[in-house]
Design a protein around this ligand. Structure first.
Ligand code: NSS
Length: 438
C-alpha cells in the first residue's frame, strides 16, 4: 500500500506552485504525445494544466501500459515527484510513478479540425465546456454573479427572485414565450421588474439575478432566448442616483474580474489593458447627442424618434473607450413604465449603458412612472389591455413613492469582459431561435 501522506493530493494549480516533492494529482488527459521510451501527458483539472512524464524504463509495465492506452479526456489519478522543467507548458512536471485509470475515454469527438466549426461545437457543448476557452469564460461568469451579489449585499439590499410564470408582458408582447398553464395560458418572465416594483413597498431596496426569456427572432451576436438579468429596484431613488448606482456596479464587476480572473482573460486572449482603462466617471450623453455624434462622425442619419439599432450602437460605442450612458430616449418608443422627463417632455427619464468596443447595450433602466393615466396610455400604445395590469396599477394607488431601477444583462457583460465574438459563448448552454439543445 502506498502511504497517502507521502503523496498528498494536490490540485494542478497547487502542484505548479509547489514545483517539487511528491504529489498525487487527479484530472483529465488534455493532450498526449511520446515515443516508446517516454510519454508526455498534459493533465487538466479545473485549476489548470500540468505535464506528466512517464519513463518506460523506470515504471512497472502495468503503469506504462495504462499510460500508452490513455485516450484524450480519460480521467486518471497519477502520483510521482514534481520538478521544475522550463520546457513543460506550465514550467513544472510530474515524474510519474503510478497511474490509475478512473474513467476511460475512447475517440474523443472534438478534434483540432472541429474548433472552427461553430455548429459542431454548439452540438457538443456538453463536452466542449471542458475546453480552456469555455472553462475560462465560465469562471469569469461566476465572478460576475458573485460581484453582483456582493455589490448589493454590501449596500443592504434584499435578494428576491421573481416568479417565472407571469400573466403579463414587461418589455412588449412581441417577444413573449407562451406556456400552457393547466387550462390557461401564461408567459415565461421577460423581466422581474414589475414584481420588484411591487415589493419595494415592503422592503425598499431589492435586487435579483434571474433567468429571463424572450422570443428574439433577430439573429444577432447579442440576443439569447434565455439569458440572465441582474435587476435592482429602489424606493425613493431618483434618476441621478440610479445612474450613479449603475456606474458603480459596472466598475465593481470589472474590478472583481480583473482581480480574480487575469489568468482566464489571458487564456482568452483578451486585451486586458482596455479593461484596466475602465474608471469613473462614465460619459453621459442624451439620445439627441448620440444622433449628432452618429451623423457627424459616422455619416449615419437616424431620425429623431427611432430607436438605436444594433449597428448604430456599434458605431457609437467605438467612439468611447469606456461604457457610455445614453439618457432621454424618445418617450413614445419607450416601455410604458418609463416616465416623461418634466424638463424635456418629449423624452423619458431613462438610460441605456453601452459597453465599448462594439459590445453595445449592457444595462437598461429608468425612473418609474407613478401616474396611473400615463401608465394606462403607455400600455394601450403597446397593444396591452390595462385591465390585465390592475394589480400593478394598485402599487400606484396605495402609497406610491418615486422609485427607480435597472436591469443588467449578465451574458452581455461577460461577452464584453471576455472579448467574445458572440453572446452564445457567454452562457454554458445557449438557447436561441435555432439552438435549444443539448
Ligand atoms: O429590456 S431591457 O433593456 N430592460 C428591462 O428588461 C427592464 N425591465 C430592466 C429593469 O429596469 N429592471 O433589458 C435589460 C438588459 C439589456 O440592457 C441587455 O443587457 C439584457 O438585459 N438583454 C438581453 N441579453 C441577452 N439576450 C437578450 N435577448 C436580451 N434582452 C435584454
Amino acid at each position: 500500500m502506498v502511504n497517502k501522506e507521502e503523496y498528498p493530493l494536490l490540485t494542478v494549480e497547487e502542484a505548479v506552485k509547489k514545483g517539487e516533492g511528491k504529489a498525487s494529482l487527479r484530472g483529465w488527459v488534455y493532450r498526449k504525445r511520446g515515443s516508446n521510451k517516454l510519454r508526455f501527458i498534459v493533465l487538466r483539472d479545473s485549476t489548470g494544466i500540468i505535464q506528466l512524464v512517464v519513463i518506460n524504463s523506470s515504471v512497472e509495465d502495468r503503469v506504462w501500459d495504462t499510460a500508452e492506452k490513455l485516450g484524450i479526456e480519460a480521467s486518471i489519478i497519477a502520483r510521482g515527484a514534481l520538478r521544475k522543467e522550463e520546457k513543460a507548458p506550465t514550467g513544472v512536471e510530474l515524474n510519474v510513478e503510478d497511474i490509475t485509470l478512473v474513467g476511460s475515454s475512447e475517440n474523443w469527438p472534438i478534434t483540432k479540425s472541429h474548433i472552427k466549426s461553430r455548429e459542431f461545437l454548439d452540438d457538443h457543448r456538453h463536452l466542449w465546456l471542458r475546453s480552456r476557452k469555455m472553462s475560462s469564460i465560465m469562471k469569469v461568469r461566476s465572478t460576475v454573479f458573485r460581484a453582483i451579489r456582493e455589490f448589493f449585499n454590501r449596500d443592504n439590499y434584499e435578494e428576491m427572485p421573481p416568479p417565472i410564470f407571469s400573466p403579463n408582458a414587461c418589455e412588449g408582447g412581441a417577444t413573449l414565450f407562451e406556456v400552457k398553464y393547466f387550462d390557461k395560458k401564461v408567459y415565461l418572465t421577460q423581466s422581474w421588474q414589475l414584481y420588484g416594483e411591487a415589493a419595494i413597498f415592503a422592503l425598499e431596496k431589492l435586487y435579483c439575478i434571474s433567468p429571463c426569456f424572450r422570443a428574439e427572432r433577430s439573429k444577432t451576436s447579442r440576443h439569447l432566448a434565455e439569458f440572465w438579468m441582474a435587476e435592482v429596484e429602489t424606493a425613493w431613488m431618483r434618476f441621478e442616483g440610479l445612474l450613479k448606482q449603475a456606474e458603480e456596479l459596472v466598475l465593481f464587476i470589472v474590478k472583481e474580474v480583473l482581480r480574480k480572473n487575469t489568468k482566464e482573460l489571458e487564456i482568452l486572449g483578451r486585451d486586458i489593458s482596455k479593461l484596466r482603462k475602465v474608471d469613473a466617471p462614465f460619459k453621459k450623453i442624451t439620445y439627441s447627442e448620440a444622433l449628432k455624434i452618429l451623423k457627424e462622425k459616422d455619416g449615419v442619419e437616424v431620425h429623431w424618434g427611432k430607436d438605436l439599432r444594433t449597428v448604430e450602437e456599434d458605431l457609437l460605442t467605438r467612439h468611447f473607450d469606456k461604457p457610455v450612458i445614453v439618457t432621454n430616449y424618445p418617450k413614445e418608443i419607450m416601455a410604458f413604465y418609463k416616465p416623461r422627463d418634466p424638463e424635456n417632455p418629449d423624452t423619458a427619464l431613462c438610460f441605456d449603458m453601452l459597453a465599448p468596443e462594439g459590445y453595445g447595450e449592457i444595462i437598461g433602466g429608468s425612473e418609474r412612472d407613478t401616474d396611473i393615466e400615463e401608465l394606462k396610455k403607455g400600455l394601450e400604445r403597446e397593444g396591452e389591455n390595462p385591465a390585465n395590469y390592475e394589480w400593478y396599477l394598485d402599487t400606484r394607488r396605495y402609497g406610491s413613492v418615486p422609485h427607480s431601477g435597472f436591469g443588467l444583462g449578465v451574458e452581455r457583460v461577460v461577452a464584453w469582459l471576455c472579448g467574445l465574438d458572440t453572446i452564445r459563448d457567454a452562457i454554458p448552454f445557449p438557447r436561441t431561435m435555432r439552438r435549444w439543445r443539448p
